[in-house]
Design a protein. Structure first.
Ligand SMILES: Cc1cc2nc3c(=O)[nH]c(=O)nc-3n(C[C@H](O)[C@H](O)[C@H](O)COP(=O)(O)OP(=O)(O)OC[C@H]3O[C@@H](n4cnc5c(N)ncnc54)[C@H](O)[C@@H]3O)c2cc1C
Length: 353
């Protein structure tokens, strides 16, 4: 029996577990087992692994300094934007930190205090019994059940917590994200790329080097995602990129909140943080800052607000982030409408040579 169980140990869950004080807390994550045993993890979050200025700010806010061990080469200073519809190419300055996303997650988990009990395994069921939550966990040793008064869904885009507690069916827009890792060929251009093609996706594709690898990914409508990803790669070949030495393919869901109701704070004694709550930028798909910020907000609410006001207080404190997400949409027509994008790129405004 715990006061609170966090489901998911990504940036959101690990941060909440680190910040919460004064409660008996457990954290469940499906990737802990293999990481703890030293084996190659069966689950690694597919991600571009770029820390945006907002995420760097969020890290500073929670008092963390990024260790050098999570950084990879190169550190990009601009993004090469390729419009595959018009053929226009522009470079825009960017201050992102390029890192190894799995190492970043493992570093955040290593900061979780020993007072938090960590369980390796996958939460497969959430039920309510006598005002408590009963979680079923498929663990490496044996299935087990855990009970808690509060639960927190920090389990990402395909959150079992959100799907269980939400009183209505979420209509949030979803894409299938496919990302491939290739051995880098030194003769190829070393760019951080963002590519747009409205005939294949109304989101975008990205590519960048990670030490000896080149990663290329895209967010695509689920229908025909695999086929459209191959078509994108083929079009990129005309710009000097080759995709011959494939190392691995990753795939997952990614969310795009377009309406206020697409973000959800929780229900009853269950809270949602990070992408589980729909907190991710709809324009850039940047989600790490939202994961860290929502976790910090919830930690503060749980430690300062008396019962039974906690959910209402959390919802109120999320207002700023929710407005910020809605404002991100103002940028979207200039990125995703092909006529407007062409005009902006043609004008060269804010571009560097
Ligand atoms: C392809 C791709 C590229 C991206 N690139 C970037 C980028 O460059 N920069 C950026 O800021 N954002 C990026 N994002 C978004 C970002 O990855 C997410 O928004 C961010 O990881 C959300 O953090 P989180 O902690 O909320 O969830 P997650 O990072 O998804 O963590 C969820 C955790 O829950 C665990 N889990 C899930 N289900 C269960 C379960 N049933 N039981 C137990 N454990 C469970 C998982 O093991 C995982 O550790 C990208 C997303 C995608 C899909």
């Amino acid at each position: 029996m715990y006061d609170l169980i966090i489901i998911g140990g990504g940036p959101a869950g690990a941060t909440l577990a680190r910040l919460l004080k004064g409660m008996k807390v457990a954290l469940i994550d499906k990737k802990l087992h293999s990481a703890q045993s030293g084996a190659i993890s069966s689950f690694q979050k597919p991600c571009g692994g770029l820390l945006s200025p907002d995420a760097q700010h969020a890290l500073a806010n929670i008092g963390l300094h990024l260790p050098a061990s999570v950084l990879v080469k190169p550190q990009p200073s601009s993004v090469k934007t390729i419009d595959l519809n018009s053929g226009l190419v522009r470079h825009y300055p960017r201050n992102y930190i390029n890192m190894d996303r799995h190492k970043f997650d493992m570093w955040l988990l290593s900061l979780v205090p020993e007072t938090v009990t960590c369980f390796a395994g996958r939460c497969t069921k959430i039920e309510q019994d006598n005002g408590e939550y009963v979680l079923t966990l498929i663990a490496p040793e044996e299935p087990r059940q855990l009970r808690a008064k509060y639960i927190v869904g920090a389990d990402g885009a395909y959150s079992i917590v959100r799907r269980t507690i939400m009183p209505y069916k979420s209509r949030i827009k979803k894409y299938t994200a496919i990302q491939q890792w290739f051995l880098r060929d030194a003769s190829e251009p070393s760019d951080y790329i963002a590519a747009f093609d409205n005939s294949l996706t109304d989101s975008y594709a990205w590519g960048l080097d990670k030490d000896e690898h080149f990663i290329f990914g895209a967010a695509l409508p689920a229908k025909n995602a695999k086929h459209d990803f191959e078509a994108l790669k083929e079009k990129m070949c005309a710009y000097g990129y080759s995709f011959s030495k494939l190392v691995k393919t990753e795939c997952c869901q990614v969310l795009t909140p377009l309406h206020f109701s697409d973000t959800f704070s929780g229900n009853g004694n269950a809270f949602l943080i990070g992408e589980a709550g729909g907190f991710i930028s709809p324009s850039s798909l940047e989600g790490i800052s939202y994961a860290l910020n929502t976790a910090a907000i919830l930690a503060k609410v749980l430690m300062t607000e008396p019962e039974p006001n906690r959910l209402a207080a959390y919802k109120k404190n999320l207002l700023g982030l929710r407005l910020k997400l809605m404002l991100k949409q103002l940028k979207m027509p200039f990125m995703y409408n092909k006529q407007l994008r062409r005009l902006v790129m043609k004008s060269g405004v804010t571009a560097v040579k």
